[in-house]
Design a binder for this molecule. Structure first.
Ligand code: PLP
Length: 448
């Protein structure tokens, strides 16, 4: 049984180069694939790791955005996950796109999307990319330094510029302020330089940092943006665009941490208070849309049992930065599982995006266990990726029931900054995606 057959069994559609899209729940897709996979006879690579993408999740995230931040137009940050089906759905839902490079701009334009729906939101751009934007009428672009202004003057003097300002990103997983953003001490000089060059600056953008965990960061940024709007008015500019960037949490858990609703409840009123209705407000969410829609299933391809009594040299290392969670104490062997996607693949998010991922048992001894808690003792374990590099470690701190090669693990919320930066190092392919939608309306949206 191939992955394609699963989806074709259900309400499958294939049109305009779109992949088949099922309407089965994610659990059913995983179940029908894994319970029929015969490890003795299956085709090579049909036991590869794979994603299931629920497009319904993206659709629901969009409705959630529209409900909570109706004034703010989302321009999805393409870098977060460049999957074409995801992009096509977002385009059909009417979002704009934040592109970081020529290639991202081309991807969006090739989908037939109007250039006005793009913001080229990279403050430091290659000259030929600026020319490409000019040739394709992608006018909106950010800057945060005077040299960029001179480059834009030379290659795209009619661009509509957005000044990217520095904000407090101390409450974010990924701090972007060390690399980008003009400080408020410098914005006056930059605006004056733009004025002297005869360039059109139309507004302000900021980014509070990716994975922002304090909603107040947005409010501080709004105050800074207002300051720069006023500065611009004094210099004779007529700003009409505010870009509140990305960083939006996709979490629903408002009680114990940040949630999108918490951010929206502060940000929406602050925008209304400081920016009159004639100011267009956009945002550049990435993680918010992409993360919750993707689940990855990985196969345990190998296992090593490290006996604490005879392989002592491993044990100090293993326990150096972890708590030993073995219920049977230090004399129990430690387990090392090797799965078939890793740090050089989708799990690069651990390295680049500072993510902690949570393995869950999907299949054990032929039993499908999605969403179930096993009534079995758990043991401390390492989980490694498939390459021959020892950096390729998913966790040194796992706690799982004892598993065997042939069992499967799954990891949820794996759509952001995963596939987009995956490599093929050591000859391992990027994990493929099976599409489904738990929101049937998505098929109408996509005109399928
Ligand atoms: N906009 C810009 C300019 C970015 O650099 C990023 C991420 O790095 C984003 C938007 C998306 O951020 P997030 O995925 O946190 O929403």
């Amino acid at each position: 049984l191939s992955k394609d057959q699963i989806v074709i069994k259900d309400k499958s559609i294939k049109k305009n180069g779109m992949p088949p899209i099922s309407t089965l729940p994610v659990e059913e897709i995983l179940k029908s694939y894994l319970t029929t996979l015969d490890l003795d006879n299956c085709e090579t690579e049909s036991d590869n790791a794979f994603f299931v993408a629920d497009l319904g999740e993206i659709y629901r995230q969009h409705l959630r955005w529209k409900t909570n931040l109706p004034r703010v137009e989302p321009f999805y940050a393409v870098k977060c996950n460049t999957d074409l089906t995801l992009l096509r759905l977002l385009a059909a839902l009417g979002t704009g796109f934040d592109c970081a490079s020529k290639s991202e701009i081309k991807t969006i334009l090739d989908m037939g999307i109007d250039p006005s729906k793009i913001i080229y939101a990279n403050p430091c751009k290659q000259s030929s990319f600026i020319r490409f934007a000019a040739e394709h009428d992608v006018k909106m672009m950010t800057f945060d330094n005077a040299e960029e202004l001179r480059k834009i003057k030379r290659f795209f003097p009619n661009a509509q510029l957005v000044i990217r300002i520095l904000t407090d990103d101390s409450k974010a997983l990924i701090k972007l302020g060390t690399k980008f953003g003009a400080s408020l001490n410098n914005t006056g000089f930059l605006l004056q330089t733009a004025r002297d060059l005869g360039l059109s600056v139309i507004g302000v953008s900021f980014h509070v940092g990716s994975g922002c965990y304090d909603e107040n960061a947005y409010i501080d940024a709004i105050h800074r943006a207002r300051f720069v709007f006023d500065q611009a008015t004094e210099l004779g500019f007529n700003f009409h665009l505010l870009d509140v960037g990305g960083g939006f949490s996709f979490s629903h858990k408002s009680d114990d941490g940040i949630s999108f609703e918490k951010i929206a409840a502060l940000l929406g009123p602050a925008i209304d208070k400081y920016f009159p209705p004639n100011i267009r407000v956009i945002a550049e969410p990435g993680r918010y849309y992409a993360a919750p829609a993707f689940t990855i299933a990985t196969h345990i391809i190998a296992k090593r049992t490290v006996r604490r009594d005879i392989e002592e040299e491993y044990i100090p290392n293993m326990n150096a930065d972890q708590n030993d969670v073995s219920p049977t104490g230090d004399d129990h062997p430690a387990f090392m599982y090797y799965i078939n996607d890793g740090l050089y693949g989708a799990f690069n998010c651990i390295l680049y995006d500072h993510q902690l991922v949570t393995p869950k048992v999907l299949m054990k001894g032929g039993n499908f266990l999605f969403g179930e808690t096993l009534d079995e003792p758990e043991y401390s374990c390492f989980i490694w990726g498939p390459t021959c590099d020892s950096i390729d470690c998913i966790t040194k701190n796992g706690s799982l029931p004892e598993l065997l090669p042939g069992d499967w693990l799954y990891f949820e919320e794996m759509g952001a900054y995963t596939i987009a930066a995956a490599t093929k190092f050591n000859g391992f392919k990027q994990s493929k995606i099976i599409y489904t939608t738990t929101e049937p309306h998505v098929l109408d949206v996509l005109s399928l």
